[in-house]
Ligand binder design. Structure first.
Ligand code: GZL
Length: 321
């Protein structure tokens, strides 16, 4: 191909200019992270979003953030958009466990590394993501079960439990149910008499608890809610039914958000199992490691504890979410 003099001159000028660019300018090209968030369905999610946004700012990482309003198709659209924009890394909290392989293969084909945060995906091909960082939801369910077994150890008769499940098909809903049942099945006095999704929201939690109370009111001894928002909604329904939450009905929940501490201090919630949303700093450090070519563990588990109402007032001032 014959280059005319003009093109040749321009090419040489451009090459010399690039050579003059201080290396730091090239090295300082900002890392671009595309993040697809589940939605804004709970206090936990709001705290998780805040942690990611503030940590990206702190780390000098350019964040492209998308809120999927709890719809998988919106998350898939967002991931495709990040691929088209050629971001450096993609991270997301999958709203449900299944249906991700096609879009994750597209990210792999585009050579864009993917980090799972908070919730994981069902896949046989774990080369589709670099690392999954988040809580052990089965263990959270076990902690809830162990607390109940201890609380009811002197209870002779049946313990009738109603369960507010999280979003159908989501890892936390599946695993929190699994862990809780693994523990209570050891004693036949524990019976889950009703179980239905409240989709992790206060409104739905209240609505479903109203239906439980209408059907089984006086028979209900325990409510096991997969998150604090549904528990708080259910507390409203229990009070409107003329019953005393945490006394007439023992209430166990998960997340340990501010609203849960307020309910425990008010004597309306018995216990909340911690599930930390503060994944932002860990995610940004992982993104930087990926860009620096450093290996990451496939699974990074968040360390967590449990807060019974008796310690709520003392612990509340120390809480970060
Ligand atoms: C758990 C997270 C769950 C929270 C809910 O890591 O995925 O989703 O428990 C939130 O509050 O809606």
């Amino acid at each position: 191909m014959k280059l005319n003099r003009r093109t040749l001159t321009t090419a040489i000028a451009a090459a010399s200019l690039a050579a003059l660019l201080p290396a730091t300018a090239l090295a300082q090209k900002k890392i671009v992270l595309g993040f697809s968030q589940v939605g804004a369905e709970s206090e936990w999610r709001t705290a998780n979003t805040e942690s990611i946004k503030s940590a990206a700012k702190e780390a000098g990482i350019e964040l492209k953030f998308s809120d999927a309003q709890q719809k998988q198709e919106n998350q898939i659209k967002a991931i495709r958009s990040f691929i088209a924009q050629k971001v450096d890394v993609i991270a997301f909290s999958p709203v449900v466990e299944s249906g991700w392989e096609t879009v994750l293969r597209e990210a792999k084909a585009a050579k864009i590394p993917v980090v799972l945060t908070d919730r994981s995906v069902n896949t046989k091909d774990d080369s589709l993501y670099v690392s999954f960082m988040g809580s052990d939801f089965v263990e959270e369910g076990r902690k809830a079960g162990r607390w109940l077994v201890e609380k009811m150890k002197d209870q002779k008769g049946e313990v009738n439990i109603v369960e507010l499940q999280g979003t159908v098909g989501s890892a936390p809903a599946i695993d929190r149910k699994k862990g809780f049942e693994e523990i209570i099945k050891a004693d036949p006095k524990f019976k889950i008499i009703r179980s239905q999704t409240g989709d992790f929201t206060r409104a739905k939690g209240k609505e479903v608890m109203e239906a439980f109370l209408k059907a089984d009111g006086k028979k209900i001894n325990v409510l096991y809610a997969h998150n604090d928002d549904m528990a708080i909604g259910a507390i409203q329904a229990i009070e409107e039914a003329g019953l005393k939450p945490a006394k007439d009905i023992t209430i166990i929940s998960i997340d340990a958000v501010k609203g849960a501490f307020e309910a425990m201090i008010a004597g309306k919630l018995n216990v909340s199992v911690e599930c930390s949303p503060l994944l932002g700093p860990q995610l940004m450090s992982a993104v930087k490691d990926i860009k620096a070519g450093k290996p990451l563990p496939k699974r990074i588990v968040t360390e967590e504890t449990i807060f019974p109402m008796e310690v709520a007032a003392k612990e509340f001032p120390k809480r970060k979410y």
